[in-house]
Design a protein around this ligand. Structure first.
Ligand code: DWN
Ligand code: SAH
Length: 406
């Protein structure tokens, strides 16, 4: 039986997705023979409440000099991180020469707002290509994986930090004990660690199982997060739900006793109990919902194809790798996937080998249906796709339910 990476208890997986490729491993046709797969299973640790994969590919297979996700591809996300940065500046950077660290800073989408203020900052970003984009924007960035040893080095060279930030990164790191020790070392006595990640309650409620893929080792709740950090003398002092990535939670962590926990912590803990996030039965139900969602999506796509409709994917997201591989969606069902990211274009989607094409191929020859793989950006996308709607195009979504809309 696999062991929980947080509390070392044994747990049984509640679902297996079978063999999955690297979610962001877009490939050239000639690379098909060497494509890497791993067994993707997810389990719930009854002891500490952590939902987690049982296996993950080596980090260098996922995060490297050709990492395919560039944060700045969404304008909405750029605004989100600007607000995040402003909030941190207002609340936590009043010391004489504040220092802010971001873990997994990607192309600098958030740190740019600290660089513009000429505030001391440091981005830690192991994927060299996206780190290079940040460096070119004048954002201090080192291309390393964050862990305890790196935190020690940062403190030696820069002193401790007023704020350590991280968005959609903590859930990617299996060695979280080393990370938590690093945070403990890095924070000033009144310093805060603020991070956000997709929230387990949203995944369960919306059956958004496409959040499950190689990079996302953990699926956090207040219960699992507070337990983990308490093991290292750190305390969960605030939480704030976010609409990003289909429902996320921002957690504020500080040294034990440094701040009084906010009422939101008590409120969301109670909500988690009411939703049964601490009960194995919740995950049995999630598995059933996932299986039903898959059957409905495959039926819909097959029916539309039998009617002669053209279907194109919208957004070659990491999430779409889970959907296409688990549902067996290949180019006979989805002709191609449109994506604005140059590094993905002209390649094949991981595992399912659906061609990824530039956005112009979508906009100059609208399909009958667009399968919205980037459903988390629906608001931004609907606003710019009025033309598709006016041309009679329809959307297919699978979150929270399989359905079509105009
Ligand atoms: O956690 C993670 C999050 C932050 O980002 C990473 N593990 C990887 C990545 O996940 P994702 O690939 O599911 O993220 P997105 O933001 O849902 O990806 C959107 C994709 O859609 C990008 O490839 C860009 C593309 N896109 C597009 O073609 N047209 C996006 C928008 C908004 C558009 O209008
Ligand atoms: N923060 C950005 C990027 C999220 S994608 C956003 O929210 O849009 C996840 C990022 O984490 C990738 O850029 C990846 O290279 C980085 N990453 C993965 N493991 C890491 C680690 N151990 N330390 C720091 N960054 C890491």
């Amino acid at each position: 039986m696999p062991k929980c990476l947080i509390c070392e208890s044994s747990f049984a997986p509640f679902i297996s997705f079978g063999q999955m490729p690297i979610a962001n491993g877009f490939l050239r046709p000639e690379e098909r023979a060497e494509e890497y797969f791993f067994q993707m299973e997810v389990g719930f640790c009854e002891r500490c409440g952590m939902v987690q994969l049982t296996e993950q590919p080596a980090r260098e297979k996922m995060f490297h000099e050709n990492y395919a996700f560039y944060s700045s591809t969404s304008r909405y996300m750029a605004q989100h991180f600007e607000k995040f940065a402003k909030d941190v500046q207002e609340k936590y950077t009043s010391s004489s020469d504040p220092f802010v660290v971001e873990i997994g800073s990607n192309d600098g989408i958030m740190l740019t707002h600290f660089a513009q203020q000429k505030m001391r900052h440091l981005g830690i970003e192991p994927s060299k290509n996206v780190a290079k984009v940040a460096l070119e924007k004048g954002i201090n960035t080192i291309s390393e994986f964050f862990d305890e040893a790196l935190a020690e080095k940062i403190v030696r060279e820069n002193g401790q930090a007023d704020a350590v930030l991280s968005a959609n990164v903590m859930c990617h790191i299996p060695y979280l004990h080393s990370v938590a020790k690093g945070i403990k070392r890095l924070l000033k006595p009144k310093g805060v660690f603020q991070f956000e990640d997709p929230y387990l309650a949203d995944i369960v409620e919306k059956t958004s199982y496409d959040q499950i893929y190689d990079e996302h080792y953990f699926y956090f709740s207040l219960q699992s997060v507070s337990h983990l950090f308490a093991m290292h003398g750190l305390e969960l002092v605030d939480v704030a739900p976010q609409v990003t990535h289909g429902g996320s939670m921002r957690y504020t962590i500080a040294h034990q006793g440094a701040y009084t926990p906010s009422p939101a912590v008590t409120e969301f803990r109670a909500k988690e109990k009411a939703h049964g996030l601490h009960l194995p039965a919740t995950y049995d139900r999630l598995r059933q919902n996932i299986e039903r969602s898959r059957a409905e999506l495959v039926d819909l796509l097959k029916r539309l194809r039998q009617e002669g409709k053209r279907i194109v994917g919208y957004g070659a997201t990491s999430k779409s790798t889970t959907i296409t591989n688990y549902c067996g969606i290949t180019p006979d069902l989805v002709e191609f996937i449109s994506d604005t990211t140059p590094i993905k274009q002209g390649k094949l989607s991981p595992g399912a080998h659906i061609p990824v094409r530039p956005y112009t191929e979508f906009s100059t020859n609208y399909p009958d249906y667009a399968l919205l793989f980037a459903w988390n950006h629906a608001q931004e996308i609907m606003a710019k796709e009025e033309g598709f709607r006016l041309a009679g195009g329809k959307w297919i979504t699978y979150v929270p339910q399989v359905s079509t809309f105009e």
